[in-house]
Ligand binder design. Structure first.
Ligand code: BG6
Length: 479
């Protein structure tokens, strides 16, 4: 059902995500006149605020998290906000919430960012109070379960009240410009696609490195670990975008159909194809940081680092390893994809002593947004001692290529698409379930082998076993 919502209901309205991302994104969209002046926003959470107190709360968050130069619209934006306290674990308050939301003219968009234990009662409360009708769509923030069984349970509960076309599962990586640019790079250019397969690509590396540690989410993170927190969602979505077949159209069904085929082609990881780690005290950027167990205040067997060698059992990618690694407290924040091409079949320069290096495409997702293709070039000279060849970068810095355009944070795009009803950048149920299936099998393997995370020093690139994982294939992680 196509409609642009004129009401937005945000669960978890006092939470960290709301303060850091949702309120600033909505305020920015408002300032740029991208949302209808009629759109009203109701926040709900457990805190006993009234409208005025919530607006004050929102103002403080916006002052803190909006960048300088983007704050002038705060006062106007606050007029859109109201608030209804709710204990979502009981059915009692949902009728009051429905009255607060009122009768939208076009439709209602709900953004659900709550503790996993509140998902099911919230859906039941929404359905019972008339907040799940035909003109309502729902956005679901992770974590949606912590394995296939619990994610199915949540998906079943949501499906009992909303059809799939009105469910918007969020993976905020899909809201990033540079992630969307992967599709443009692959499918709006002729030159990559003929080479984008096992005949020409040696391997692919995907790195999502963070410098932060536990932040304020100790309990959640310790119950999840890096594999569930980062690989199950963001990294597998990146992998799917890199590996998918060309969709016929840029639309939600065509794109998601192709992504799910990739996710289903993931071969179960075998022993020796995964490495886990947990950081110990160290230093990042010259600053001493504590170890994971010190931050947590107890011992833990949760992995804060994982490296995997993944394979896709399909025609295009047979035999091409996808090396994935992610971790907290690594030396720098970087998300990047490296596509390593194979060697040329025959070098005409070999007799002259010149060595060629295979081409490499580096796609920087964050913080640097650049695409660099490494090419071989001749070193200028008379070649008296043989031809000199050297690798040179063909480098495109996206911000320079698009000066004057404003780059939005992921949630601006995702909230707008939720309000307007475009599912392309949201994850379909079959994708989530294929992701969990692969992840669950990895965890089962770890349990069977009683795998313990190996210690690594904060500020390093993870345990040395992660280096060995690629080096034994003759591959070096790009750093
Ligand atoms: C979240 C994870 O999904 O992504 C966090 O739960 C992680 O642990 C975050 O820090 C990383 O997002 P970004 O956009 O900063 O790369």
């Amino acid at each position: 059902m196509s409609f642009t919502a004129d009401r937005l209901l945000v669960f978890g309205a006092t939470g960290d995500l709301a303060q850091r991302m949702l309120l600033p994104s909505l305020c920015a969209l408002d300032a740029d006149e991208l949302i209808d002046p009629k759109l009203t926003i109701v926040g709900t959470a457990r805190s006993e605020y009234d409208d005025a107190r919530y607006r004050n709360f929102a103002r403080a968050a916006l002052e803190k998290y909006l960048p300088e130069g983007r704050k002038s619209g705060i006062a106007t934006f606050l007029n859109r906000l109201s608030y209804q306290p709710l204990d979502a674990s009981t059915a009692a308050g949902f009728d009051r919430l429905a009255r607060k939301v009122g009768e939208p003219e076009n439709g209602l968009a709900i953004f659900l960012s709550t503790a996993p234990s509140l998902f099911e009662p919230t859906i039941a409360g929404l359905a019972a109070s008339g907040l799940a009708g035909e003109h309502v769509r729902i956005g679901l923030e992770k974590p949606l379960g912590n394995d296939l069984a619990s994610s199915r349970k949540i998906n079943d509960a949501v499906a009992g009240a909303f059809p799939e076309q009105r469910i918007f599962r969020i993976d905020h990586y899909l809201g990033k410009e540079t992630v969307q640019n992967l599709l443009a790079l692959r499918f709006a250019n002729l030159m990559f696609e003929p080479l984008w397969n096992a005949a020409y690509i040696d391997h692919v590396q995907i790195t999502v490195a963070e410098t932060v540690g536990l932040e304020s989410r100790a309990d959640f993170y310790d119950g999840a670990g890096a594999l569930r927190d980062m690989v199950q969602n963001h990294m597998l979505q990146l992998l799917a975008l890199v590996a998918m077949e060309p969709p016929v159209h840029y639309d939600s069904t065509a794109i998601r159909d192709e992504k799910v085929k990739v996710l289903r082609a993931l071969r179960p990881i075998s022993a020796g194809e995964s490495v886990t780690g947990q950081y110990r005290a160290g230093a990042i950027g010259g600053k001493a940081v504590p170890g994971y167990d010190e931050e947590l205040g107890r011992d833990s067997a949760t992995e804060t680092f994982v490296a995997l060698k993944a394979h896709l059992d399909n025609w295009r990618w047979k035999g091409v390893p996808f090396y994935l690694r992610t971790g907290k407290r690594l030396p720098r924040r970087v998300t990047e994809i490296v596509v390593q091409f194979r060697c040329i079949p025959h070098s005409i320069f070999a007799g002259n002593g010149a060595r060629t290096k295979p081409n490499r495409l580096l796609i920087g997702i964050q913080p640097e947004e650049n695409v660099t293709l490494s090419l071989m070039a001749k070193v200028p000279g008379l070649d008296r001692d043989g031809i000199g060849l050297r690798e040179v970068p063909l480098d495109i810095a996206m911000p320079d290529a698009f000066t004057g355009t404003h780059r939005r944070i992921a949630y601006e795009r995702l909230l707008l698409d939720l309000i307007e009803g475009d599912q392309t950048l949201f994850v379909r149920r079959d994708e989530v379930e294929a992701q969990w299936e692969w992840i669950d099998a990895i965890r089962a393997g770890w349990d069977k082998d009683a795998l313990e995370p190996r210690p690594y020093t904060a500020g390093s690139w993870g345990p040395s076993a992660a280096i060995a994982l690629t080096e034994r294939d003759g591959v070096t992680w790009h750093e």
